[in-house]
Design a protein around this ligand. Structure first.
Ligand code: CMX
Length: 433
C-alpha cells in the first residue's frame, strides 16, 4: 500500500470516531436556522455541509486544511528551480491534512505518472465532436466517457462493505486526476494549435508536464502550479464542489461526479466568469483600439454593463466580503512578471474603478474582485488567448479539492443528500402571524 493511502486510512479511522460521537451524543444541537429569504435565495449562509478540507472565512478568504494561501505556498515542498510548490504536494495536504515532505510529494507524483495515459477511446470521442464544441463540454464528456473504468463500480457490483467504499473511490479519484491535465492539453492542442498533440514527459511533475503538453515554455509551469493550487477548493457550498458532493452522495462514481462538477463550473456566475472577464475586456478593447481607457472612460463601460441589466464579471461573491486572496496572489504574480501588459492595465483599472461603482449601484453585497477577475490576464500573457478554454484550467484545479472531498464523504459514511422542499403556499401559511 503506498504511503499516502496508509496515512489517509489512519486519518479516516480517527475521524470516523469523531463524527460518530458528534452524531450520537450531540445530534440534536442546532447549528443553523433557515429563513424564508434563504429558502428562496439559494440557501445562502445555511450551515448544512461538513468538510475539513478547506474553510472560507468571509473576511480572510480560503484556508486549505487550516493554511492561508501564502502559508500554503510557503510551506509545501517546492519544485527544484521553481517558485511554486508541487501540485501533488498540495493534493497530499488536501487529502491527509498534513504538509508532505518532498519525498511524499514525489511519491504521489510517481503514482500520477504511472496512471496518466489518456485512453485512445477518449481521444476518439473528443475528435468525433464538432470542433466548435465548447471546451468545457468536451472536458465533461471526456470524463464521463471513462466511467466504464470505475474501480468503485466493479467493487460495488461484487458486493462491497460500506466501510471499504473509500478505497476504490480513492483509486478512481487518483486515476482520474492523473489524466485531467493530459485531457485538458489534448483539447487545447486539438482545437487551437493545429491538432498537433504533445505527449506527456515522464520526468516532469504535474504543473511542469501540463506546460509541456500545452507547448508553452516556462515559467508557464509555475503559472499552472499556482493556478491549480489556488482553484483547488473553496469549501463545500459553491456550485462545483456541491454538485460533485451531491452526485457522489447517490454513490454515483467519481467519473459521474466530476463530470457533473465540470458542468456546474461551466456557468457564467461561477467558473465561466474567467472567460466572461476576458470577453468583456475584449469588448472594451474593440471600442478603444490600442488605447488603455482612462479611469473615467472605464467607469462609463462599467455603468453601461450594469445599466443594461448585466453583472460585472469577476466581481462579487456569495460568501467573501473582501478582495479574494486568490485574486491578490495572482495580482502579485502579474506585478512581478507582467506589470506593463496592456490587459493587466485594464484589470488594474477595473480593480480601482469597479468596487466604488458597485457600492453606489447598491445591489452586490460584496463589491470586491474574485479569483476570476485576474486569472485570464495571466493566461493571455503566456499565449493562451482562447478564453473559452480558461474554465477548463479552473476545472483541473477544482478537481483536486472535489475528489478529496468525495473520498472523505465515502470514508465518513455521509449519506445520500436530500434536503426538504416546501410549496409557496406552505411558506405563505408559515409567515402568517
Ligand atoms: N455585478 C452586478 N451585480 C451584481 C454583481 C456584479 N458583479 N454581483 C452581485 N450582483 C447583484 C446580484 O445580481 C443581485 O442582484 P439582484 O438583487 O438584482 O438579484 C444582488 O447584487 C445581490 O447579489 P449578492 O447577494 O451580492 O450575490 P450572490 O451571492 O447572489 O451572487 C455572484 C454571487 C458571484 C454570483 C455574483 O456576485 C455575480 O454574479 N458576480 C459576477 C459573476 C462572477 O464573477 N462569478 C464568479 C464568482 C467566483 C466563482 O465562483 O468562480
Amino acid at each position: 500500500m503506498p504511503n499516502i493511502k496508509e496515512k489517509l486510512y489512519e486519518k479516516i479511522v480517527e475521524n470516523r470516531d469523531r463524527v460518530s460521537k458528534l452524531v450520537k451524543q450531540h445530534g440534536n444541537v442546532k447549528i443553523s436556522d433557515v429563513t424564508v429569504a434563504q429558502a428562496i435565495g439559494g440557501a445562502r449562509g445555511v450551515k448544512c455541509l461538513v468538510t475539513d478540507i478547506s474553510y472560507l472565512d468571509p473576511e480572510e478568504g480560503i484556508r486549505f486544511r487550516g493554511y492561508t494561501i501564502p502559508e500554503t505556498l510557503e510551506k509545501l515542498p517546492k519544485v527544484p528551480g521553481s517558485d511554486m510548490p508541487y501540485v501533488e504536494g498540495h493534493m497530499y495536504l488536501l487529502l491527509t491534512g498534513e504538509i508532505p515532505t518532498e519525498e511524499e510529494a514525489l511519491e504521489l507524483a510517481d503514482i500520477f505518472k504511472e496512471r496518466q495515459q489518456v485512453p485512445q477511446y477518449v481521444c476518439d470521442i473528443l475528435r468525433a465532436m464538432p470542433r466548435d464544441t465548447h471546451p468545457m463540454t468536451m472536458f465533461s464528456v471526456a470524463i464521463a466517457s471513462m466511467q466504464r473504468e470505475s474501480e468503485f463500480v466493479k467493487a460495488y457490483q461484487k458486493g462491497l462493505s460500506k466501510y471499504d467504499y473509500w478505497d476504490s473511490t480513492y483509486e478512481d479519484g487518483i486515476n482520474l486526476l492523473a489524466k485531467l491535465t493530459g485531457i485538458g492539453a489534448y483539447i487545447y492542442r486539438m482545437k487551437y494549435r493545429g491538432d498537433v498533440i504533445i505527449s506527456p514527459d515522464k520526468d516532469l511533475d504535474m504543473g511542469g508536464n501540463f506546460a509541456h503538453m500545452m507547448g508553452i515554455p516556462n515559467p508557464y509551469d509555475d503559472v499552472a502550479r499556482l493556478y491549480f493550487i489556488l482553484h483547488s477548493d473553496h469549501e463545500s457550498g459553491n456550485v462545483s464542489a456541491h454538485t460533485g458532493h451531491l452526485v457522489a452522495s447517490a454513490l454515483s462514481d467519481m467519473y459521474y461526479a466530476i463530470s457533473s462538477m465540470i458542468n456546474g463550473l461551466a456557468g457564467p456566475l461561477h467558473g465561466l466568469a474567467n472567460e466572461q472577464v476576458l470577453r468583456w475586456i475584449q469588448g472594451v478593447m474593440d471600442q478603444m483600439g490600442e488605447k488603455v481607457p482612462s479611469d473615467e472612460e472605464m467607469k462609463k463601460f462599467v455603468w453601461d454593463t450594469l445599466n443594461s441589466g448585466q453583472v460585472v464579471p469577476g466581481f462579487g461573491h456569495a460568501v467573501l466580503r473582501k478582495t479574494d486572496p486568490r485574486y491578490m496572489s495572482q495580482r502579485e504574480f502579474c506585478l512581478k512578471y507582467l506589470p506593463d501588459d496592456p490587459i493587466f492595465k485594464y484589470v488594474d483599472s477595473l480593480f480601482r474603478v469597479v468596487p466604488p461603482i458597485l457600492e453606489e449601484h447598491g445591489h452586490a453585497k460584496n463589491p470586491w474582485p474574485n479569483v476570476d477577475a485576474q486569472s485570464g490576464v495571466i493566461q493571455w500573457y503566456y499565449g493562451v488567448k482562447e478564453y473559452e478554454f480558461y474554465t477548463v484550467l479552473f476545472g483541473i484545479g477544482r478537481a483536486l479539492g472535489v475528489i478529496s472531498n468525495i473520498i472523505w464523504d465515502r470514508a465518513l459514511g455521509y449519506p445520500i443528500e436530500r434536503p426538504k422542499s416546501v410549496t409557496i403556499a406552505m411558506l405563505e401559511e408559515m409567515v402568517k402571524g
